[in-house]
Design a binder for this molecule. Structure first.
Ligand code: TRP
Length: 328
Protein backbone atom coordinates (compact mmCIF):
# COMPACT_ATOMS: atom_id res chain seq x y z
CA UNK A 1 0.00 0.00 0.00
CA UNK A 2 1.20 3.50 -0.79
CA UNK A 3 1.59 5.39 2.47
CA UNK A 4 0.15 8.87 2.92
CA UNK A 5 3.41 10.38 4.14
CA UNK A 6 5.74 10.20 7.07
CA UNK A 7 4.65 10.56 10.67
CA UNK A 8 7.18 11.34 13.37
CA UNK A 9 6.60 11.48 17.07
CA UNK A 10 8.84 11.59 20.09
CA UNK A 11 8.28 11.09 23.77
CA UNK A 12 10.60 11.56 26.70
CA UNK A 13 11.61 8.32 28.42
CA UNK A 14 9.33 8.45 31.45
CA UNK A 15 9.46 4.74 32.22
CA UNK A 16 6.30 2.70 32.62
CA UNK A 17 3.44 4.35 30.78
CA UNK A 18 0.07 5.19 32.29
CA UNK A 19 -3.49 5.29 30.96
CA UNK A 20 -3.08 8.91 29.90
CA UNK A 21 0.01 8.10 27.82
CA UNK A 22 -1.73 5.09 26.36
CA UNK A 23 -4.96 6.73 25.21
CA UNK A 24 -3.43 10.14 24.54
CA UNK A 25 -0.50 8.96 22.42
CA UNK A 26 0.41 5.28 22.16
CA UNK A 27 -2.87 3.91 20.80
CA UNK A 28 -2.81 6.65 18.19
CA UNK A 29 0.78 5.75 17.23
CA UNK A 30 -0.37 2.16 16.76
CA UNK A 31 -3.32 3.16 14.56
CA UNK A 32 -1.27 5.49 12.35
CA UNK A 33 1.05 2.66 11.31
CA UNK A 34 -1.48 1.33 8.82
CA UNK A 35 -1.65 4.41 6.61
CA UNK A 36 1.60 6.21 7.30
CA UNK A 37 5.26 5.54 7.26
CA UNK A 38 5.92 6.03 10.98
CA UNK A 39 9.02 6.96 12.94
CA UNK A 40 8.73 6.79 16.74
CA UNK A 41 11.53 8.05 18.89
CA UNK A 42 12.35 7.91 22.58
CA UNK A 43 13.88 11.33 23.11
CA UNK A 44 16.51 10.77 25.77
CA UNK A 45 18.44 13.95 24.93
CA UNK A 46 15.32 15.99 25.62
CA UNK A 47 15.09 14.27 28.98
CA UNK A 48 18.53 15.64 29.88
CA UNK A 49 17.12 19.19 29.90
CA UNK A 50 15.43 18.56 33.23
CA UNK A 51 17.14 15.51 34.73
CA UNK A 52 19.38 15.89 37.74
CA UNK A 53 20.69 12.36 37.45
CA UNK A 54 20.83 9.88 34.57
CA UNK A 55 20.80 6.90 36.90
CA UNK A 56 17.36 5.73 35.71
CA UNK A 57 17.58 6.91 32.13
CA UNK A 58 18.37 3.55 30.50
CA UNK A 59 15.83 1.76 32.62
CA UNK A 60 13.14 4.32 31.81
CA UNK A 61 13.97 4.10 28.11
CA UNK A 62 13.62 0.32 28.17
CA UNK A 63 10.42 0.34 30.23
CA UNK A 64 8.81 2.80 27.84
CA UNK A 65 9.96 0.79 24.82
CA UNK A 66 8.35 -2.32 26.35
CA UNK A 67 5.02 -0.57 26.74
CA UNK A 68 5.19 0.72 23.18
CA UNK A 69 6.00 -2.69 21.74
CA UNK A 70 3.46 -4.50 23.88
CA UNK A 71 0.81 -1.99 22.80
CA UNK A 72 1.42 -2.86 19.16
CA UNK A 73 3.98 -0.39 17.89
CA UNK A 74 5.57 -2.63 15.31
CA UNK A 75 9.35 -2.26 14.89
CA UNK A 76 9.19 -3.87 11.44
CA UNK A 77 6.40 -1.73 10.02
CA UNK A 78 7.67 1.42 11.75
CA UNK A 79 11.04 2.77 12.79
CA UNK A 80 11.38 2.72 16.57
CA UNK A 81 14.60 4.00 18.13
CA UNK A 82 16.32 6.13 20.75
CA UNK A 83 17.14 9.73 19.85
CA UNK A 84 20.77 9.71 21.01
CA UNK A 85 21.57 6.67 18.85
CA UNK A 86 21.46 8.81 15.70
CA UNK A 87 24.31 11.29 16.07
CA UNK A 88 23.19 13.59 13.23
CA UNK A 89 20.53 14.99 15.55
CA UNK A 90 23.06 17.08 17.46
CA UNK A 91 24.55 18.46 14.26
CA UNK A 92 21.18 19.56 12.93
CA UNK A 93 20.27 20.98 16.33
CA UNK A 94 23.34 23.23 16.24
CA UNK A 95 22.66 24.34 12.69
CA UNK A 96 19.00 25.14 13.37
CA UNK A 97 19.90 27.07 16.51
CA UNK A 98 21.66 29.61 14.27
CA UNK A 99 18.41 30.53 12.49
CA UNK A 100 16.48 30.80 15.77
CA UNK A 101 15.90 34.19 17.41
CA UNK A 102 16.44 33.78 21.15
CA UNK A 103 13.38 35.85 22.03
CA UNK A 104 11.11 33.43 20.23
CA UNK A 105 12.31 30.63 22.50
CA UNK A 106 11.98 32.53 25.75
CA UNK A 107 8.48 33.72 24.75
CA UNK A 108 7.09 30.21 24.37
CA UNK A 109 4.49 29.26 27.01
CA UNK A 110 6.12 25.84 27.37
CA UNK A 111 9.45 27.47 28.26
CA UNK A 112 7.86 29.76 30.83
CA UNK A 113 6.14 26.76 32.39
CA UNK A 114 9.41 24.83 32.64
CA UNK A 115 11.06 27.84 34.29
CA UNK A 116 8.30 27.96 36.88
CA UNK A 117 8.68 24.22 37.55
CA UNK A 118 12.50 24.22 37.61
CA UNK A 119 13.66 27.69 38.66
CA UNK A 120 17.07 26.36 39.72
CA UNK A 121 17.97 24.57 36.52
CA UNK A 122 17.38 26.91 33.61
CA UNK A 123 20.05 25.58 31.31
CA UNK A 124 20.87 26.50 27.73
CA UNK A 125 19.49 23.14 26.54
CA UNK A 126 16.13 23.86 28.14
CA UNK A 127 15.86 27.12 26.20
CA UNK A 128 16.75 25.21 23.05
CA UNK A 129 14.31 22.36 23.69
CA UNK A 130 12.05 23.35 20.76
CA UNK A 131 15.07 23.62 18.44
CA UNK A 132 16.02 20.04 19.26
CA UNK A 133 12.41 19.00 18.74
CA UNK A 134 12.33 20.75 15.35
CA UNK A 135 15.55 18.98 14.46
CA UNK A 136 13.91 15.62 15.33
CA UNK A 137 11.00 16.33 13.06
CA UNK A 138 12.90 17.64 10.05
CA UNK A 139 15.88 15.28 10.24
CA UNK A 140 13.54 12.43 9.33
CA UNK A 141 11.71 14.42 6.60
CA UNK A 142 8.44 14.17 8.49
CA UNK A 143 5.15 15.41 7.11
CA UNK A 144 2.93 14.92 10.14
CA UNK A 145 3.47 15.08 13.88
CA UNK A 146 0.81 13.55 16.13
CA UNK A 147 0.81 15.60 19.31
CA UNK A 148 -1.46 16.86 22.02
CA UNK A 149 -2.72 20.42 21.76
CA UNK A 150 -0.19 21.53 24.41
CA UNK A 151 2.59 20.92 21.87
CA UNK A 152 1.05 23.06 19.12
CA UNK A 153 3.37 26.07 19.78
CA UNK A 154 6.31 23.72 19.25
CA UNK A 155 5.00 22.54 15.88
CA UNK A 156 4.37 26.11 14.81
CA UNK A 157 7.90 26.89 15.92
CA UNK A 158 9.25 23.98 13.83
CA UNK A 159 7.39 25.27 10.77
CA UNK A 160 8.87 28.73 11.21
CA UNK A 161 12.33 27.25 11.69
CA UNK A 162 12.02 25.34 8.42
CA UNK A 163 10.94 28.49 6.60
CA UNK A 164 13.82 30.50 8.09
CA UNK A 165 16.37 27.85 7.18
CA UNK A 166 15.09 27.31 3.66
CA UNK A 167 14.92 31.06 3.06
CA UNK A 168 18.34 31.85 4.54
CA UNK A 169 20.09 29.15 2.51
CA UNK A 170 17.88 29.37 -0.54
CA UNK A 171 16.96 25.70 -0.47
CA UNK A 172 14.03 23.38 0.00
CA UNK A 173 16.05 20.77 1.87
CA UNK A 174 13.78 20.87 4.90
CA UNK A 175 10.10 19.92 4.88
CA UNK A 176 7.49 21.95 6.78
CA UNK A 177 5.66 19.56 9.11
CA UNK A 178 2.00 19.63 10.05
CA UNK A 179 0.52 18.90 13.45
CA UNK A 180 -1.96 16.03 13.65
CA UNK A 181 -3.87 16.64 16.83
CA UNK A 182 -5.09 13.73 18.86
CA UNK A 183 -8.68 14.16 19.88
CA UNK A 184 -8.96 11.61 22.67
CA UNK A 185 -10.49 13.19 25.79
CA UNK A 186 -7.89 13.75 28.46
CA UNK A 187 -7.63 11.13 31.16
CA UNK A 188 -7.88 12.42 34.71
CA UNK A 189 -5.82 10.98 37.54
CA UNK A 190 -7.10 9.00 40.49
CA UNK A 191 -7.57 12.33 42.32
CA UNK A 192 -10.30 13.12 39.76
CA UNK A 193 -9.18 16.74 39.36
CA UNK A 194 -5.77 16.74 37.66
CA UNK A 195 -4.72 15.26 34.35
CA UNK A 196 -3.19 11.83 34.91
CA UNK A 197 0.54 12.28 35.43
CA UNK A 198 3.43 10.39 36.87
CA UNK A 199 4.84 13.47 38.62
CA UNK A 200 1.53 14.08 40.40
CA UNK A 201 1.54 10.45 41.48
CA UNK A 202 -2.09 10.05 40.43
CA UNK A 203 -1.52 7.55 37.65
CA UNK A 204 -2.36 3.95 36.83
CA UNK A 205 0.27 2.13 34.79
CA UNK A 206 -0.98 0.05 31.88
CA UNK A 207 1.40 -2.77 32.85
CA UNK A 208 0.49 -2.76 36.54
CA UNK A 209 -0.56 -6.11 37.98
CA UNK A 210 -4.30 -6.78 38.29
CA UNK A 211 -3.96 -6.35 42.08
CA UNK A 212 -2.17 -2.99 41.79
CA UNK A 213 -4.72 -1.82 39.24
CA UNK A 214 -7.64 -2.77 41.46
CA UNK A 215 -6.06 -1.09 44.48
CA UNK A 216 -5.62 2.19 42.59
CA UNK A 217 -9.10 2.09 41.09
CA UNK A 218 -10.53 1.62 44.58
CA UNK A 219 -8.75 4.85 45.60
CA UNK A 220 -10.29 6.89 42.80
CA UNK A 221 -12.23 10.00 43.70
CA UNK A 222 -15.88 9.82 42.61
CA UNK A 223 -18.74 12.35 42.70
CA UNK A 224 -17.83 14.44 45.78
CA UNK A 225 -21.51 15.22 46.44
CA UNK A 226 -22.22 11.55 47.04
CA UNK A 227 -21.37 11.11 50.71
CA UNK A 228 -23.36 8.04 51.65
CA UNK A 229 -24.20 4.83 49.84
CA UNK A 230 -27.87 5.87 49.88
CA UNK A 231 -27.19 9.22 48.13
CA UNK A 232 -27.91 9.26 44.43
CA UNK A 233 -24.73 9.91 42.41
CA UNK A 234 -24.02 11.99 39.34
CA UNK A 235 -22.04 10.07 36.70
CA UNK A 236 -21.55 13.28 34.70
CA UNK A 237 -19.00 14.53 37.25
CA UNK A 238 -17.50 11.16 38.15
CA UNK A 239 -14.09 10.12 36.85
CA UNK A 240 -14.83 6.44 37.46
CA UNK A 241 -17.77 6.77 35.10
CA UNK A 242 -15.62 8.53 32.47
CA UNK A 243 -13.27 5.56 32.52
CA UNK A 244 -16.16 3.11 32.30
CA UNK A 245 -16.98 4.73 28.95
CA UNK A 246 -13.58 3.53 27.72
CA UNK A 247 -13.35 0.08 29.26
CA UNK A 248 -16.94 -1.08 29.67
CA UNK A 249 -19.56 -2.37 27.22
CA UNK A 250 -22.27 0.15 26.21
CA UNK A 251 -24.96 -1.95 27.92
CA UNK A 252 -23.08 -2.02 31.21
CA UNK A 253 -22.32 1.72 30.94
CA UNK A 254 -26.03 2.44 30.43
CA UNK A 255 -26.95 0.34 33.44
CA UNK A 256 -24.28 1.95 35.67
CA UNK A 257 -25.50 5.37 34.54
CA UNK A 258 -29.10 4.77 35.61
CA UNK A 259 -28.32 2.71 38.71
CA UNK A 260 -25.88 5.31 40.07
CA UNK A 261 -28.43 8.09 39.65
CA UNK A 262 -30.97 6.23 41.78
CA UNK A 263 -28.41 4.90 44.30
CA UNK A 264 -29.05 1.38 43.02
CA UNK A 265 -25.30 0.78 42.80
CA UNK A 266 -22.61 2.03 45.17
CA UNK A 267 -19.17 3.41 44.30
CA UNK A 268 -17.37 0.33 45.60
CA UNK A 269 -19.20 -2.05 43.26
CA UNK A 270 -18.88 0.41 40.41
CA UNK A 271 -15.11 0.57 40.93
CA UNK A 272 -14.80 -3.20 41.16
CA UNK A 273 -16.44 -3.50 37.77
CA UNK A 274 -14.12 -0.88 36.34
CA UNK A 275 -11.02 -2.58 37.71
CA UNK A 276 -12.14 -5.94 36.29
CA UNK A 277 -12.79 -4.45 32.85
CA UNK A 278 -9.52 -2.54 32.87
CA UNK A 279 -7.62 -5.69 33.75
CA UNK A 280 -9.37 -7.64 30.97
CA UNK A 281 -8.55 -4.90 28.51
CA UNK A 282 -4.83 -4.96 29.29
CA UNK A 283 -4.38 -8.73 29.73
CA UNK A 284 -3.02 -9.36 26.19
CA UNK A 285 -0.76 -6.31 26.36
CA UNK A 286 0.65 -7.39 29.70
CA UNK A 287 1.33 -10.89 28.39
CA UNK A 288 3.21 -9.53 25.38
CA UNK A 289 5.21 -7.26 27.67
CA UNK A 290 6.27 -10.21 29.80
CA UNK A 291 7.77 -11.82 26.69
CA UNK A 292 9.88 -8.74 25.93
CA UNK A 293 10.95 -8.44 29.57
CA UNK A 294 12.56 -11.87 29.45
CA UNK A 295 15.51 -10.51 27.50
CA UNK A 296 16.31 -6.77 27.52
CA UNK A 297 19.08 -7.32 24.94
CA UNK A 298 16.55 -8.28 22.31
CA UNK A 299 14.82 -4.94 22.80
CA UNK A 300 18.09 -2.98 22.76
CA UNK A 301 19.06 -4.74 19.50
CA UNK A 302 15.71 -3.84 18.04
CA UNK A 303 16.14 -0.20 19.03
CA UNK A 304 19.64 -0.17 17.52
CA UNK A 305 18.27 -1.67 14.33
CA UNK A 306 15.62 1.09 14.26
CA UNK A 307 18.39 3.66 14.73
CA UNK A 308 20.29 2.19 11.80
CA UNK A 309 17.28 2.62 9.54
CA UNK A 310 16.67 6.11 10.93
CA UNK A 311 20.32 7.06 10.29
CA UNK A 312 19.94 6.43 6.58
CA UNK A 313 17.19 9.05 6.34
CA UNK A 314 19.08 11.37 8.70
CA UNK A 315 22.28 11.26 6.66
CA UNK A 316 20.38 11.96 3.43
CA UNK A 317 18.92 15.08 5.03
CA UNK A 318 22.27 16.17 6.42
CA UNK A 319 23.99 15.84 3.05
CA UNK A 320 21.40 18.26 1.64
CA UNK A 321 21.69 20.58 4.63
CA UNK A 322 25.51 20.76 4.53
CA UNK A 323 25.38 21.37 0.79
CA UNK A 324 22.82 24.16 1.16
CA UNK A 325 25.00 25.93 3.73
CA UNK A 326 28.14 25.10 1.77
CA UNK A 327 29.88 23.39 4.65
CA UNK A 328 32.94 21.45 3.46
N1 TRP B 1 8.24 17.78 23.26
C1 TRP B 1 7.56 16.54 23.23
C2 TRP B 1 6.86 16.34 24.57
O1 TRP B 1 7.27 16.88 25.57
C3 TRP B 1 8.51 15.39 22.98
C4 TRP B 1 9.17 15.50 21.64
C5 TRP B 1 10.48 15.66 21.38
C6 TRP B 1 8.51 15.41 20.38
N2 TRP B 1 10.70 15.68 20.04
C7 TRP B 1 9.55 15.52 19.41
C8 TRP B 1 7.18 15.25 19.97
C9 TRP B 1 9.23 15.50 18.05
C10 TRP B 1 6.89 15.22 18.62
C11 TRP B 1 7.91 15.35 17.66
O2 TRP B 1 5.90 15.60 24.64
Amino acid sequence: MVKKGRVFSGARPTGRQHLGNYFGAISNYVALQEEYDCVYCIVDLHALTTLESTRDLRKNTLEMAWDWLAAGIDPVKSIVFVQSMVRQITELHTILSMVTPLGKLTDLPTFKEKVRENPHNINYGLVGYPVLMSADIVLYKSNFVPVGIDQSPHIEFARETVRSFNFRYNTNALIEPQAKFTSFPKIMGIDGVNKMSKSLNNDIEIAATPEETTKLVMQMVTDPQRQRRSDPGNPDVCNVFSLHKIFTSPEQVASINSECRRAGIGCVDCKKMLAANMNDYFTPLRARRMEFQKDPDVTWDMLRDGAKRASVIAETTMVEVRKAIDLP
